[in-house]
Design a protein around this ligand. Sequence first.
Ligand SMILES: Nc1ncnc2c1ncn2[C@@H]1O[C@H](COP(=O)(O)OP(=O)(O)O)[C@@H](O)[C@H]1O
Ligand SMILES: [Mg+2]
Length: 504
Amino acid sequence: MNREANIINLGKVVSVRGSVVDIQFDENLPPIYSLLHANKGDIVIEVLAQLDVHRVRGIALTPTQGLARGMAVEDTGGPLNAPVGKGILSRMFDVFGNAIDGQAVPVDVQRRSVHRAPPPLARRSTQSEIFETGIKVIDVLVPLERGGKAGLFGGAGVGKTVLLTEMIHNMIGHQEGVSIFCGIGERCREGEELYREMKEAGVLPNMVMIFGQMNEPPGARFRVGHAALTMAEYFRDDEHRDVLLLIDNIFRFIQAGMEVSGLMGQMPSRLGYQPTMGTELSGLEERIANTDTGAITSIQAVYVPADDLTDPAAAHTFSHLSASIVLSRKRASEGLFPSIDPLQSSSKMATPGIVGERHYRLAQEIRRTLAQYEQLKDIIAMLGLEQLSPEDRNVVARARRLERFLTQPFFTTEQFSGLKGKLVSLKDSLDGCERILNDEFKDYPESALYMIGTVDEAKEKVKTAKPDSKDSSEPIAKPAADAEPKAAPEPQQKVEHAADADES
Ligand SMILES: Nc1ncnc2c1ncn2[C@@H]1O[C@H](COP(=O)(O)OP(=O)(O)O)[C@@H](O)[C@H]1O
Ligand SMILES: [Mg+2]
């Protein structure tokens, strides 16, 4: 085979259908995943199937304009490869590993095949450690795992990208490892903006970006995730560093696979998805693993078509993750950002053994309160708040205050929200929730808890607010001496504040 000898293995284009190209090789049929070049390397094709002893079928990773029947195609003798090495840090690449940040070609790099097997079971390590994000609702209710995989699920425009960017902002500064951002099939503008933001924030020296955005052919979007993982594996295995891998958006990988599969002539499966979706996704997700040399923590945005979480793409992705954060359109429309729905989101770290007794108990109590409020909503809509029993009205008041306390101003949205971003430690978040559950903020207007950092800011907010609103005139700041937390606080009778429902 030409892989040993220096013979150029040439083939001839037999047919071109969009991105799918059939090529005839009279001798040496290239193996699957071989990369072929046509038109002096302008057109790149990856072999995906061997049709018979003389013909292969491949998918183009570049546009196929100018490709015609009979044209010569050269077998490069190897698969698609990605650059790895110290030289790739602070750079931005496309799927072929070409630098797209307008700077010189990176030096001090080797190239590695993007097709690699996941690490064997024996090399995987398991520890359970919490990864703090500084975002209240995540740290309290859906704690992330260091070395785990977390998904941000949501339909279009509910705030996945904003949340992901905020997490990058909060974590990248105090994380010693390397961060890799992989943009799959999203807007080019977002990639460019992120690059500039990271540059301004000064975190680029420990970051690599790689993009296959929505303007690129399906083949490129399908492979860019593999290229990003090859880079992540290099840092984990060769440099023994921890890696934070951010993917926006993993659904676009599945979608690209669907396009490729359709073009290759495979019969579609459920809802038009490719029959090989599960295999393709696990081929990628299983490579995101922790070994004895380092951990790859990944956070992935997952677009949910038509807000339907039972969509096969979303359902398949769920099963790979250790934490699923579901963003809800309803909360986004109410202005409750981050629009995380705590009752649909879950994390396997939220157990007493890992987060501790107190945190676990508080999280359960918060969930219970929010779930009760959810159930009461129907009654409130039909009969009004007045028809509820005093206990239920108390639950509603508590739940609404919790909901507002779990919103948070973001650093990444400072320009358009006008509020300064806040980072809140897990301890402060837990304290705040506990004090709200203990009815300490019962006499505060709900709006005092909206878009604040720690719960003490509510007191300042009330103080600075004009004293004309009837209930906030004397906020009766009871001393915060709730040293002895009550799991289920005694319901009290004064509940007129539950009625200022449209406060915020
Ligand atoms: N935390 C937030 N605070 C304020 N506005 C937000 C927040 N998150 C999202 N938004 C609003 O929602 C819009 C869409 O968010 P984006 O993250 O781009 O959605 P997605 O990636 O889910 O399609 C943003 O442009 C912004 O106006
Ligand atoms: Mg987005």
